[in-house]
Design a protein around this ligand. Sequence first.
Ligand SMILES: [Zn+2]
Length: 269
Amino acid sequence: MSNTTKRYYIAVDLEGVACTIGTPGQGLAQGSAGLEYASLQGTREANAAAKALFDCGADEVWIWDCHGTGYNLKYDMLDKRCKIVMGAGSGKRFPCIEEGFAGVLFIGYHAYDTSDAVLCHVYSSATFQHQKINGSFVGEAHIDGAVAGKYCVPVIFASSDDICISQMGEAFPWAETVVTKRSLAWNSCISDHPEKVCDNIYAGVKKAVSRIGEMQTFTYPENFEYEIRYKRIEPAQGCHYRNPDGTLFSRPDAYTRVGVMRDVEDIFK
Ligand SMILES: [Zn+2]
């Protein structure tokens, strides 16, 4: 890749896309009623972002299908110039990201656990209660943004529900954003029309590229405090996270583990 090649990485989760509220008790799990529509709308929203990037001169756009098993989007509907990152099991967020990407974009992410945020959770709503870094609640977008930041790639754009977008502002206030829907409850929202959301994403991504010089990288310092709280005792008991000195994370109560994490990517090892 030459230094002048413009490459972008679009991460596509599904909870935050337009007209998506999941199913009570299941969210957007495999086989749930809302997953099919969310996958279709996630595809449209990713495509709107990709088209804007190509129209702004991108040479390469990678689309990462990162909800659940990583096998959700309607691949043949995506812009045929895109590379498609899919599946699970690599143990990597932003697989194969490296220095030289011009920016990452978040489509369809969701809030961390917060009252009335649509489908809010971290990683698995069945397994985890929350995660904290240096005492503050953080969501998947914070962590993924910091993984990209480790490779000097800035978050330049995000679209999701209003609460998720306001949480992302804690980490990447420079990013251009689009609100897809207003959260009312875990399974309720007032959404903008799905086609209107795609139009807004196309315009927002173009604006983000025009402001690329203002974008910054987001990182956590090495050796940050990481706390993870589980919903059941067994995974807290079996948690294998270790401090840099090799000791297991401490357990202040039956459900919580806390300790020092050397690097943001160690969360997934
Ligand atoms: Zn998801």
